[in-house]
Each structure stands twice: as structure tokens, then as C-alpha cells.
Design a protein around this ligand. Structure first.
Ligand SMILES: Cc1cc2nc3c(=O)[nH]c(=O)nc-3n(C[C@H](O)[C@H](O)[C@H](O)COP(=O)(O)OP(=O)(O)OC[C@H]3O[C@@H](n4cnc5c(N)ncnc54)[C@H](O)[C@@H]3O)c2cc1C
Length: 450
């Protein structure tokens, strides 16, 4: 077997891996990127971008639902799921090829195959052996396997994005982001949707009041939500599937056409032969220092979903990839700062957040001012016949800095970026209020939210 030498070998061609290539190629380093499936990874091919096409259809249905308020008569909408699925596939189909061209322009050698360590500085892929001064693990994540009998009957977001027809009924096991997002699209399209969550709250990392709003809205569109549930087993029943679970000490059964694993995702690092690379790991995680460098092998870095120390989101994967690239070029100098990362749960309407929840802000101990507003009777919300419009902005009393901002509806998935920008660059609550916003926009309500 010939050994090929590179300055940097990147395992995985998703947001994180691609994020690494910018700094290292600008520094003139030779780079190989190994990708086992499609360039672009989860986000464009099986995640954010693909899902958003379905969410956009959910928005259209939501608008149609409220057409009568605008004195528009429409019939009962009918969604052609297989045509929508074709639209989704069509919109994303060119992404891997476009990225391949972009990597070729950057002079990154892309190798197709499954990579694993062959030594502390060596990677094997197929019958090739690559040696590198630096190795980056950017292999992403996959759905968490649930240790319940019959778990093999569950499907994941990958299958949901490829469904050719709308299932009549769906049960999501786990009340996280993926369950809520797909649940809203399915429910609006006419499916019977149930979400079973083991914890007392859906979306446990989100602000409790924001979650209460989105749970109410989810129930309004017909989604059944049960929290504090323990799923015991899944089994075939009458050409459908049955979930057996306990809730408040009583055993229940529910049947559906599909049972979806919505129990979160785990790092994809267990098939990399980390021991051969002398990469310390435990509980499915690689141990890293604050520069995202393996604690046991200083030439190995980890970024993106493969490093579950921050929310598994594509802008975070790209950001960490860029940090790793710069650390490789300049030496370990940079560390991620996750304090002002906006995020959205793309329900219809969305739940969006940046910074601390009210509970977390209170735990920090400094005096805070909480501006909480139910905005559904504000003029802008009434104009657009919003079904839910709510915000909570948390301000540090001593510094006037924004500590957190949370929205449900009211274009919160756009407004959250204003607050993220303010947090990142130290713009105070008073300055945000003083700004002159285009009127009438949802952003012009920011003054009143504070
Ligand atoms: C359904 C869904 C919806 C989502 N929606 C959003 C959203 O709206 N907004 C958002 O910010 N984030 C969203 N995410 C999360 C986002 O997709 C991820 O955070 C992001 O893609 C992570 O990028 P990454 O580069 O770390 O991993 P990935 O994009 O998963 O890339 C890793 C790549 O490594 C490859 N690979 C794995 N093992 C090997 C190996 N041994 N050898 C070679 N290649 C390997 C994989 O094939 C993959 O292409 C969503 C995720 C899912 C599943």
C-alpha cells in the first residue's frame, strides 16, 4: 500500500469539514477530504435545507388556514406529498456537485470512502493510506439508538425526508427539535400526530415559557403532546405499529403508521478506530481541550456534530471548522464562544432563541430585567392574523446588555438575529430601542418589546 502525504486530512465533508478548508488552503497547506456519502453532509442533503422545503409548505398551509380573516375564500387545501417530496429533492439535487466544484477550485482533494485511523498520523480509506501532519474529525452525527424492544421499527428524519406519501398517523418518540418541526408539517398536511417525551418539558434546553407557547400552538393544530412518558416497547400491530408506554403510573398503547425516533443525535466517532489514532474518548465523545484539539493526540482536532459540546447546528459546525482551520495554521490560539448563537425551531410559526433562558440567567446571580410580552393583540400581529406572537427579552440590569431573547411567532426566526448581533458586538438594550426601524415591520415592534 502506497502512503500519500498531506498537511491536513479532514474526515467528513459537511459544514464542519468544509469550514476547515478555508483557512488551511489560504495558508497553502495540502488538504485531502474524505467523505463516505454526499459532499455537504447532513445540512443540505438530509437536514436543514431539505427540511425547510417541507416547512415552507407548512407555512403556505398556515396562511391558507387564516385566509378567511383576510376575506379570501379558498377551498380545503390538498397537499400532494409525492410532488412536494420531488420539489424537495429537486431543490437540493445539485448541492453535492456544486460543492465538489468548489472544493476542486480550492485545490482540496476529495476522496470517496469511509475513513478510519491507521496510526496517530495516518488514515486509511479503502486501499489508500494517507499520512498527515494534522487530522480533523468532522464526521457529524446520527440518530441516537433507543434501548427499547422494537426500536428497529422506528424511522428517522432521513426516511421522513424521502417519504413518497403522507402517512395517516405518526408517533414521535422524543420531543426535541426534529419531532416538533416534522410534527408541525405533518399535522398541517392532515396527518394525526402524537409526540411522546420522557422529560417533563418538550425542547428541554429552551425557555420554559417559550415552550409552553409552542406546545399550546402545537395542540391547537391537533398534535397530541404527552410529557413524562416512558416508552416500553414498539411492536407491529394490524399492519401498523404500536407503542406501549407508561404515563403517570398507567400503561397506555397508541398505534400509528410510522413511529419516528426523535430522541436526538450522537457523534459519529465509533467506527473511526480512535484507539489506533491514540485519540482519547469516552461515552461516544472525543476528549478535547478548549482549542478543539484531542487531549491525547495534539495533531487531531474535532469539530461540528462529531463534537457534541454545543448545540448540533450547521452554523456552529462551520464556525468550529473555521476555528480548527485557524488553529492548525496559527497554532492552538482560538476557542469557540457559543454565547450569542441564535437558533430556531422551525415549527409553524417558529420558536427562536439566543443567549440565556430566564432560568439560566437567574442562576448566574446578577440582577436581570425580564421583558415578557404576549403580542397577539398588537397591531402587527392582528394585521397578519398571527395565531401566536410572544417574546421575552432578558437584560442585565447593571450593564444594560442583552442576556437572552426568545420568540414564538412574530418573525422571531429573523428578529433573533438582531439580538444575536447585539449580544456579539455589545449593543445595549437602550441602543436597540433607540434604533429607527423600517415601519411597519415586525422589527419595529422591538422598541415595544423592550
Ligand atoms: C433533519 C435535520 C434537520 C436539521 N435542521 C437544522 C436547521 O434547521 N438548522 C441548523 O442549524 N441545523 C440543523 N440540523 C443540524 C445540522 O444539519 C448539523 O448540525 C450539521 O449538518 C453538522 O455538520 P457537520 O459537518 O458536523 O456534520 P455532517 O453534515 O453530518 O457531515 C459529516 C459528514 O461526514 C461523513 N462521514 C461520517 N463518517 C465518516 C467516515 N468515517 N469517513 C468519511 N466520511 C464520514 C458523513 O457522510 C457526512 O457527510 C438538522 C439536522 C437534521 C438531521
Amino acid at each position: 500500500m502506497n502512503t500519500e502525504k498531506f498537511d491536513v486530512v479532514i474526515l467528513g465533508g459537511g459544514n464542519a469539514g468544509i469550514g476547515v478548508t478555508g483557512p488551511v488552503r489560504r495558508a497553502g497547506m495540502s488538504v485531502a477530504m474524505i467523505e463516505s456519502h454526499d459532499l455537504g453532509g447532513t445540512c443540505p442533503n438530509r437536514g436543514c435545507t431539505a427540511k425547510k422545503v417541507l416547512v415552507a409548505a407548512g407555512h403556505a398551509l398556515h396562511e391558507i388556514e387564516r385566509a378567511a380573516i383576510h376575506h379570501i375564500s379558498v377551498g380545503k387545501p390538498k397537499l400532494d406529498w409525492s410532488a412536494l417530496s420531488d420539489r424537495e429533492k429537486d431543490l437540493i439535487k445539485d448541492i453535492p456537485a456544486n460543492l465538489a466544484r468548489s472544493m476542486a477550485r480550492r485545490d482540496v482533494e476529495v476522496i470517496k470512502g469511509h475513513a478510519a485511523f491507521a496510526g496517530p498520523n495516518a488514515i486509511r480509506v479503502g486501499d489508500r493510506r494517507l499520512e498527515a501532519k494534522h487530522i480533523v474529525i468532522a464526521t457529524g452525527s446520527r440518530p441516537r439508538q433507543l434501548p427499547i424492544p422494537g426500536a428497529e421499527h422506528m424511522i428517522t428524519s432521513d426516511e421522513m425526508l424521502s417519504e413518497r406519501e403522507l402517512p395517516g398517523s405518526v408517533i414521535f418518540v422524543g420531543g426535541g427539535v426534529i419531532s416538533l418541526e416534522f410534527g408541525h408539517v405533518y399535522a398541517r398536511a392532515g396527518a394525526d400526530v402524537t409526540i411522546l417525551e420522557v422529560l417533563p418539558q418538550l425542547l428541554p434546553a429552551m425557555d420554559v415559557d417559550a415552550v409552553a407557547r409552542i406546545q399550546t400552538e402545537s395542540e391547537r393544530i391537533g398534535i397530541r403532546v404527552k410529557t413524562g412518558v416512558s416508552v416500553k416497547r414498539i411492536e407491529p400491530a394490524n399492519n401498523r405499529l404500536r407503542v406501549v408506554f407508561t404515563h403517570q403510573g398507567t400503561q397506555h398503547v397508541a398505534e400509528a403508521d410510522r413511529i419516528v425516533n426523535g430522541a436526538g443525535r450522537v457523534a459519529n466517532v465509533d467506527t473511526l478506530d480512535l484507539a489506533a489514532g491514540r485519540v482519547e474518548h469516552g461515552n461516544g465523545r472525543v476528549a478535547v481541550d478548549r482549542h478543539l484539539r484531542s487531549t491525547s493526540n495534539p495533531e487531531v482536532y474535532v469539530c461540528g456534530d462529531a463534537l457534541p459540546i454545543a448545540p448540533q447546528l450547521s452554523p456552529i459546525a462551520t464556525y468550529e471548522g473555521d476555528i480548527v482551520g485557524r488553529n492548525i495554521v496559527e497554532g492552538p490560539k482560538y476557542s469557540p464562544d457559543y454565547g450569542s448563537m441564535p437558533t430556531s425551531v422551525y415549527t409553524v410559526p417558529a420558536l427562536a432563541a439566543v443567549g440565556l433562558t430566564e432560568a439560566a440567567a437567574n442562576q448566574k446571580g446578577s440582577a436581570i430585567k425580564v421583558h415578557s410580552n404576549d403580542m397577539h393583540d398588537w397591531f402587527s400581529a392582528r394585521t397578519y392574523a398571527e395565531t401566536v406572537a410572544w417574546s421575552k427579552i432578558i437584560v442585565d440590569q447593571a450593564t444594560d446588555r442583552i442576556l437572552g431573547a426568545h420568540f414564538v411567532g412574530h418573525a422571531g426566526e429573523e428578529l433573533v438575529n438582531v439580538f444575536g448581533l447585539a449580544m456579539r458586538f455589545g449593543i445595549t438594550a437602550t441602543q436597540i430601542k433607540d434604533y429607527i426601524y423600517a415601519y411597519p415591520t415586525f422589527s419595529s415592534d422591538i422598541k415595544h418589546m423592550l
